[in-house]
Ligand binder design. Sequence first.
Ligand SMILES: Cc1cc2nc3c(=O)[nH]c(=O)nc-3n(C[C@H](O)[C@H](O)[C@H](O)COP(=O)(O)O)c2cc1C
Length: 215
Amino acid sequence: MKISIINGSPKSGKSTSALLIDYLTPQLQGNDIHVYRIHKEALSNCQLAQITDSDALIFAFPLYIDSIPSHLLRTLIELAKQDFSKRKPMIYCIVNNGFYEGKQNHLAIEQMKIWCQHTHLTWGQAVGAGAGEMLPYISSVPLGHGPNKNLGHALTILSQNIKSAQSGQDLFISPNYPKFLWRMNASMFVWYPRAKANGLKRKALYQQADNITFH
Ligand SMILES: Cc1cc2nc3c(=O)[nH]c(=O)nc-3n(C[C@H](O)[C@H](O)[C@H](O)COP(=O)(O)O)c2cc1C
C-alpha cells in the first residue's frame, strides 16, 4: 500500500506535526510511505503526481486561526487540479492546536472534508490533538501511557483504519494531564519566553483586542 503524508507545518525545524508523523509511521510499517514537506516551496509536478498515485493521503498540520495554514491551502488548491482517478486515495488528517482542547480543530477538519467533496475523494478519519506545543516536551513518555494515553489510543485507531482503507469517526483528544498544570507550564516555558524573544512584555499577552490599535 502506498501512503503519502504531507507535513503541513510551516516551521522549518522541529514541529509537533513532524512528531505526530514520527509517532504514526512505525504503526504503518510494511507499507510504502512517503513524507512531503511544504514549508519552503510548493510541491513539484513530480511530487504532485506521486501523491495522487497513493492509496492513502494523510495531512498532518497545525491549526492556524481556527483554520488551515495558508501554504497548506495553496497545496490543497494545487492538489485539487490533479487527476486522482488512478488510485483515489483515502484522506486522513492529524491536526494539532495550541489550546488544550483538541475539539478546537473541528472547523479545520470540516474544511478538509469540503476539500474532499470537491476532489471527489473519500474521507477516512481525522484526529484533532490539543495542547500541541506540549507534545514534544512529553515525547519521552511512550504512546498510550501517562499524558500520552489518549494520543496513543487515537493514533492506533487511525493507523488501523489507514491500513484497512476504512473510514472512522473523527477523534478529538487532549493530553491526560490537568488543564491548570498545562496552562501554567505553557505560560512559563513556552509563551513567556517566546514573548520575551519577540520583544514583548508578559502583560502584552493578556491585552484585550479593544485595547489594541490597528494601523
Ligand atoms: C499564526 C498562528 C495561528 C494559530 N492559531 C491557533 C488557533 O486558532 N487555535 C489554537 O488552538 N492554536 C493556534 N495556534 C497554535 C498552533 O496550532 C500550535 O502552536 C501548534 O502546536 C503548532 O504545530 P506545529 O508545531 O506542527 O506547527 C496558532 C499558531 C500560529 C503561529
